[in-house]
Design a protein around this ligand. Sequence first.
Ligand code: ACM
Ligand code: ZN
Length: 760
Amino acid sequence: MIELKNTSLLRCSILFLMISCSLYLDAQVTIVPAPVSVKMSKGEFTITPQTTFILEGSNLENSVAFFNDYLQKNYGFQLKTSGKHSKGNSIVLNYERLDKNIPGAYNLQVNGKEIYIAGDNEEGVFYGIQTLIQLLPIKKSSSLNIPQLSIEDYPRFEYRGMHLDVARHIFSADYVKKYIDWLALHKINKFHWHLTDDQGWRIEIKKYPKLTETGSCRNQTLVGRYGSDTYDGTPYCGYYTQEQVKEIVQYAAKRYITVIPEIDIPGHTVAALTSYPYLGCSKGPYKVMETWGVSPDVLCAGNDSTYTFVENVLDEVMKLFPAPYIHIGGDECPKENWKTCPVCQKKIRDEQLKDEHELQSYFTKRIEKFVNSKGKKIIGWDEILEGGLAPNAVIMSWRGEAGGIAAARQNHYVIMTPENPLYINHSQTRNEDSVTQGQYNPIENVYNYDPVPKELTVQQAKYIMGAQGNMWSEYLDNEKKLEYMLFPRLAAVAEVLWTAKQNKNWNEFEKRLPAILNRYAFQGINYSTAYYDLQPSVTQISNGIIGWKLDARKQDGHIIYVTDSTMNATKTYSGPVMIDKTGNYGAALTDNDNKIVSNWVWQHFNLNLATGKPIRLITPPNKNYSVGGSFSLVDGIQNEKGMLRSAQFLGFNGKDMEAVIDLGAEQTISEIVLHAFEQKGSWIYKPAAVSFFSSNDGINFQPIEVPVIVAGTKNLLYSALTTTRTRYIKVLAKNNGIIATGEPGAGNPSWLFADEIEVK
Ligand code: ACM
Ligand code: ZN
């Protein structure tokens, strides 16, 4: 064996901890997740339809079947299995004692005569096969050359999870299998299947047929982003029969993936309540939810019949899923109803509980006892820490890492799934043109996550079983969208879970990423090209002149742009594009052959007398909604599409917005406009009042005509027509104050969201 790349050898000798060195520079070797060690040799081995499998160990048929299935789908042929000692071009599968802590280790060797894969168990051999798949060329052929090499590999974490919510949107059983195949290709071994929620109950329960007769249907679905208050008027239904569930569980098992079902209780249960209203505190009637978010309606935790229901449901569920764990949710359970429900209050008294948090803890512990009595353990979201942890529960830490840290310190096992950055349903680009959950979670954020918090001691860190990427489906209303969100971030999740810490390196990953994307394309996957997207921002070139700045994450190739929508004349970018007229501007990234590799980013700029002028805020915005600072009020960009794009707004929590713009010289103006926003569901309320003022010294201000709302119910536009000579303009938007009873967020301070100020 020789090292191919001298540069890599050099790097290895400097960074002695970096065991794997040269692989990432070899065009063909772009394995995800990156293995522990790869040593390249000279020469190749060729797989043809005459190549045979030789099984030196028993029970290796799953690996053979997966490989043959992959070959058939992508190259149109399969391999036969031949007798133990036949000679010739072959793939030998075997077991070897590899003595690693976590099951799944394997060694893979390719020489001129054979491919040899040895696993420490069936799983290990299977992972060797996944690696082999990634050595295959991405061109259909019946003669597949792979490089000679030697790989040693084993996983970092025992829990390597990926989740899928099928309650908000369901995916067919066949598509779930496809999803499982993708997880297998990335060496993921746990599939967390979120089967029930407010918007739908998706698993057949024989004892409670209404759960699927009634609970699997909602009358209609929200259109657009949460808070749109627009509905499609179309019923949405679907569930998996127990036969389908069994089939999927078996399918996953053949890929060494354990399916962990989640029955989310006691919150997120409106679909169950609609089916059986006796389960709620008010007894209904309830309606399967048509929008997203958190419902105040939850299971009544005082009524013993609730516990009977839950135990009967879990009993059926546990029989369908051989997993040692069952996920019982526990997240986002509002306690208002429990506070006023006499039955819940009686339970609190009878059990000598302190409050409603302890009531949820009582609920969880009681269910845990039942689950434990069946020989299984519960997993719960980190809310189950509140009011006291159930004795044997595993914590899934989603509201950051704090829950996971607290649980590990109490010697409880933990799975890390912090929303930021492991929620894969968040936007991966700032230029997202489809509706997503919002937030910005690009692939490098996912990649750079480390599941072991620095706060833990070595001993406590042993309780971190691993981590998981979560895929919530509110905005995944079709398969292509799911793929677009999943890829290529699944590759990053896989390295978080599998790759040895010393081999995890974003810069190396970035080098492999183009080849990884090409492999996804070969496999017919609808992956996102967001990685290549330009990062636009607006800068002030000089007083009153703004520029459009474009950054590329990928440094080779070049940026092109156009200054109108006709795209007639593309120019090559060399620095911020001066915005000298109102209109659309577009930009994209090309490779060195001038082929466009990114999506186009488009921006409409609206120039007026205030654009790019100095602006001063009397009260600073809330730091969470302050991107761009005061400049964002005069940057020429207005919020469009009636959707909350929070990066475009300044947000003031309970405070007024007061801004002063200096136009530079006294002049006659004809109109002032303030753009604001209202989305009550997010506690954003329109200003209580808006007023405009003029001044020639910036100190003494006189009121101008009272503005009126001229547009919108969400995107609000306050305009005052005037004929005023002035140099300074002051805009004052009074906050709505404490939110009134009966409105979303009642009792809390209102948010005030302000966008552009225009002066004409
Ligand atoms: C969650 O995202 N509610 C677990
Ligand atoms: Zn109750």
